[in-house]
Design a protein around this ligand. Structure first.
Ligand SMILES: [Zn+2]
Length: 311
């Protein structure tokens, strides 16, 4: 069976695996990405990730089955799919850089690169919560909100690969400034970071949680215990996210909206709250074919999706 190397580059770690055409992970590992040093360091780590898989495959006499390397990276990628143009704030110097050519030269294998959120969406469509679908919208809720749009079984990234920035959908008129430079973006109001920011802004003046480490997990726990501040902030979180999702349903009318990211592991209530989107905010006829479901591949979605580009 065909195999491909899947690599998922993040701000802290590089995850890598050998992935079969059936979507199974043969073996996997991770390396520090050294993203705070230089682009050259990151490139060297990527080469090493590929080499780790290749040497293990050699040992298991599986090397001849490997058809190429799929790589997911933060940032915007040019129309040739070889150059990261920029937009990856968590990796030093990761702009206007040819990532693919040195990888291909080093390994002798074809390399297919894509944006990390797009790769996650692709993985979920091929092997996860979007199986048997041709049209999905994928959202990952975390520090930011990443997304992928798949139409007719193909990733839609806009002309010359410059679009599909679902997290930067303007949501709030006269809203606060987002990291992207615009104001009122969905990401700035509905990410897990936004949830924590809103919670702390309300808690601190009351002298609450002043010395505590507050993250999404804690707020979800407090919400389930009925803590009024957490209930208020989670309800606001759902309110913003539902309105964002409603927009995507009205525009794309997907078969599934797949929700990923750590916070959606919180429990069934999270998805149930989001499903209220259908009743509250969408045009009914746009939503008749749409299910809102939880992602299934967890933090492996990116490398599985990246590898799937080779099959
Ligand atoms: Zn933005």
């Amino acid at each position: 069976m065909k195999q491909a190397i899947g690599i998922d580059l993040g701000g802290t770690t590089i995850k890598y695996a050998l992935v079969s055409e059936a979507g199974d992970i043969r073996f996997e590992g991770k390396l520090p990405s050294r993203a705070n040093e230089s682009a050259a360091c990151v490139l060297a780590q990527l080469r090493q990730a590929a080499e780790c898989v290749l040497s293990l495959a050699r040992a298991k006499q599986m090397e001849s089955d490997i058809v190429g390397i799929g790589l997911g990276t933060p940032g915007i990628i040019d129309a040739t799919g070889r150059i990261v143009l920029g937009g990856a704030e968590n990796i030093v110097g990761w702009e206007r850089i040819d990532v693919v050519t040195p990888m291909e030269t080093y390994t002798g294998l074809p390399v297919r690169m894509g944006n990390d959120a797009n790769m996650m969406g692709l993985g979920e469509m091929q092997y996860g919560a979007g199986r048997n679908c041709t049209d999905i919208v994928f959202l990952t809720i975390g520090t930011g909100i990443g997304g992928a749009i798949i139409i007719g079984g193909k990733l839609f990234s806009g002309y010359a690969n410059r679009g599909a920035e679902l997290g930067h959908t303007p949501l709030i008129a006269n809203g606060e400034r987002c990291n992207c430079g615009a104001t009122g973006c969905l990401e700035h109001y509905a990410s897990t970071s936004a949830l924590v920011r809103h919670f702390l802004a309300k808690a601190k003046p009351l002298g609450l949680f002043v010395n505590d480490f507050v993250d999404g997990e804690l707020i979800v726990r407090l919400y389930r215990e009925g803590h009024p501040l957490a209930v208020q902030c989670m309800n606001e979180h759902f309110y913003y996210l539902r309105r964002g999702i409603a927009g995507f349903v009205n525009v794309f009318s997907p078969q599934r909206v797949v929700i990923g990211g750590g916070i959606c592991e919180a429990g069934d209530f999270y998805l149930e709250e989001l499903r209220k989107v259908v009743a509250a905010n969408v045009i009914r006829d746009c939503a008749v074919n749409t299910q809102i479901v939880r992602a299934e591949l967890g933090n492996r979605a990116g490398l599985i999706g990246a590898a799937s580009q080779l099959f």
